[in-house]
Design a binder for this molecule. Structure first.
Ligand code: MBD
Ligand code: FE
Length: 306
């Protein structure tokens, strides 16, 4: 034994030396990633100052809570969706509303309403009033009653409550339980797009990469029902500059909705509308769950914590 190593010997020591079995899967993934990084440092001749600048950036990224923002921006969230779609195709699990990434801004436990609610917190003068409505269906086209439609979107400045100290708790976040016919509806406003926080570690990297940090206008959903597979998706508002240039690569062709401006008030009085508004009709189609786990109404971080 010697304590003088070549790079290859060092890598082997780092990835193979242990005092216990540990977790075989973690060991395998860690060994691969560490090995890839050793190789990248070598091939790119990464200098110490560059390496430590990277570590400093990662430290600040973690402290800023932007881990989930950078994964979206670097395409990892969409990658996982592409892989899930491929796995579904191989398994013959087709049909239903396309999935779209959850993103880093979900908060569990939003106020629960039956059939209809306002998602907005009172009037938003410079935004267009939106009523979105539809049904939750199974892949046979049958309505799913008692499904939970968990909806969240940005405010008029493109910011999300909980992460934005200016907003009330659960602002622009609601859960809606579908009625006996599987219907839901809510009133809100058409949100603007999202932009990564200026001056943040994510913005710093994006500047160095020459990339923008804009998402087109969108509304997020988790749709859950017993016996059905949890659906995580988004709808996109048509006409946005960034619709086909999303920094998170999360928009999907099947999820760009049609707007129906000038929809008359009649029948929507219970949502407090007093003037013609923009309507969006959208049915969520859920696949059958193959396991109980697939139907759990858990967002991604709650899943891994449970
Ligand atoms: C968002 O609003 C979002 O949906 C994603 C995926 C990333 C950052 C902000
Ligand atoms: Fe979002």
């Amino acid at each position: 034994m010697t304590n003088e190593f070549t790079t290859a010997q060092l890598l082997e020591r780092v990835t193979e030396s242990r005092i216990a079995d540990g977790d075989a899967r973690v060991r395998r993934i860690a060994a691969r990633i560490i090995g890839d990084l050793f190789r990248a440092i070598d091939e790119l001749d990464v200098q110490p100052d560059e390496f430590w600048a990277g570590v400093d950036w990662l430290t600040r990224l973690g402290a800023s809570g932007q881990g989930g923002l950078i994964t979206a921006g670097l395409g990892f969230d969409r990658l996982l969706d592409i892989r899930a779609d491929e796995a579904d195709r191989r398994a013959g699990r087709e049909g239903g509303t396309p999935r779209a990434i959850e993103g880093p801004l979900y908060v569990a436990g939003a106020p629960l309403a039956k059939y209809e609610t306002r998602v907005d917190e009172g009037d938003t003068p410079h935004a267009e009033v939106l009523v979105m409505e539809g049904r939750v269906l199974d892949t046979e086209g049958r309505p799913v009653s008692g499904a939970i439609v968990d909806v969240w979107h940005a405010n008029e400045h493109g910011r999300y409550s909980h992460f934005d100290p200016e907003q009330a708790e659960y602002a622009l976040r609601r859960r809606i339980q579908t009625d006996a016919q599987g219907r839901y509806r809510f009133r809100s406003f058409i949100p603007p797009g999202y932009a990564i926080p200026p001056g943040s570690p994510t913005a710093e990297l994006f500047e160095a990469l020459g990339r923008h940090g804009h998402r087109p206008a969108h509304i997020h959903f988790l749709v859950a029902a017993s016996g059905q597979r949890l659906l995580t998706t988004q709808i996109n508002i048509p006409g946005d500059t960034f619709l086909d240039d999303d920094f998170a690569f999360a928009t999907r062709d099947g999820l760009v909705v049609s707007l129906e401006p000038g929809t008359p008030v009649s029948g929507y009085e219970s949502l407090g509308v007093t003037r013609p508004f923009t309507r969006v009709r959208f049915d969520f189609v859920l696949q059958p769950a193959l396991t109980e786990d697939e139907s759990k109404p858990l967002a991604r971080m709650a899943r891994v914590a449970s």
